[in-house]
Design a protein. Structure first.
Length: 136
């Protein structure tokens, strides 16, 4: 089973999440929550593939076989997604990026540089690994 990357970002309209699949042009979805965006993009892909097959439109080979959708968040959408889970203070402790800067990323005032994105990703991966190793 092949993984297909879904890009998740913040929509300019209504501050919703939006998602698209680069290998499937025209297949997009929006939603208020990441859970809703995942549901909506799954339905959009199924609809797009079914319609393409029915109309005999070209369809990338990768969507003719079994596939699994994986999600790639940009910094702003990821911070918005976890806003209720991690405070800016907690994210500062994890990443070493000050709270004001994190707030700018969350609110779309500034976009993080590649080094800042890497810091956030590395810190979250490290936390995830630590949590996987926890036994209760």
């Amino acid at each position: 089973m092949e993984n297909k990357k879904v890009v998740v970002e913040i929509s300019f309209i209504g501050n919703n999440f939006c998602a698209y699949i680069p290998q499937l042009p025209g297949c997009v979805a929006t939603g208020k929550t990441p859970e809703k965006i995942k549901q909506n993009i799954s339905e959009a892909v199924a609809f797009h593939v079914e319609g393409s097959l029915k109309d005999r439109d070209p369809l990338p080979k990768i969507f003719k076989d079994n596939y699994q959708l994986t999600y790639k968040f940009d910094a702003q959408s990821l911070l918005k997604y976890y806003k209720g889970t991690f405070t800016n203070a907690a994210m500062e402790r994890l990443t070493g990026i000050n709270q004001r800067q994190l707030s700018h990323y969350l609110n779309g005032i500034k976009k993080p540089r590649t080094t800042q994105i890497k810091k956030i990703q590395t810190a979250l991966h490290k936390l995830g690994q630590e949590l996987i190793e926890v036994e209760l």
